[in-house]
Design a protein around this ligand. Sequence first.
Ligand SMILES: Nc1nc2c(ncn2[C@@H]2O[C@H](COP(=O)(O)OP(=O)(O)O)[C@@H](O)[C@H]2O)c(=O)[nH]1
Ligand SMILES: [Mg+2]
Length: 229
Amino acid sequence: MSCDLTVVLPSYLEEENLRLLLPRIKEHCQKLTPNFEVLVVDTMTPMDGTSEVCKDIGVKYLNRQGGNTYGDAVRTGISNSRGEKVVFMDADGSHPPSVLDELYESKSEADIVIASRYIEGGFTENSKILVLMSLIVNMGYRLVLGLKCKDVSNSFKLYPGDALRSLNLNCQNFDIVEEILFKMVRSNPTFKIKEIPFSFKKRMFGETKRNLFVFIFTYVITLFKLRFS
Ligand SMILES: Nc1nc2c(ncn2[C@@H]2O[C@H](COP(=O)(O)OP(=O)(O)O)[C@@H](O)[C@H]2O)c(=O)[nH]1
Ligand SMILES: [Mg+2]
């Protein structure tokens, strides 16, 4: 049995954020279609009260399979999704649930819809150094892989479910976001990409878990791996 929309939230110690976020995500989804599912993909074994929060709010709770990385969370989300369209969102409040409306409503105009920080009207609350690094990553991926969009690295995107589930994905870190986009466009050269502007917010509770050194290193390696794959 399939559904119209799956929203996947890879989560790592995000109990407090999810308690605020999930009811709002559900509200927006309900408005868009009665036939949706929300999947929270937690760590392999629970590390906080995320499963209780999911139970209280009535969304699906999953533990990642195959390993404990962000990449494993994304793969677990994809293989458990049933949506004709699949949206990925961060679980820390950086991606406003209200943007779901325009992402989903743009599905008639494009195959892949990107919530973009870097087109006109978009904005990010990140620090200057992070924005600079992110712009360099995005430019590198655009130029080397020929991706025709401004915001490659933000995970907040809508994909066609079947095309997503047919991809073979190997990346372990946040570079899986670029891997998805690159492989999807390569397998479906006629796919149209649309970007809609949004404001990337600072996370609500907790600290970033992104390791900057690993982040830069894996992005460079992945860029070359994808280029020569
Ligand atoms: N670092 C990290 N984040 C994960 C993992 N699994 C899921 N996430 C989620 O990925 C999102 C982005 O991570 P975050 O630490 O906020 O990175 P930042 O937004 O770049 O500061 C958050 O919603 C995390 O909960 C993981 O294994 N490691
Ligand atoms: Mg974040």
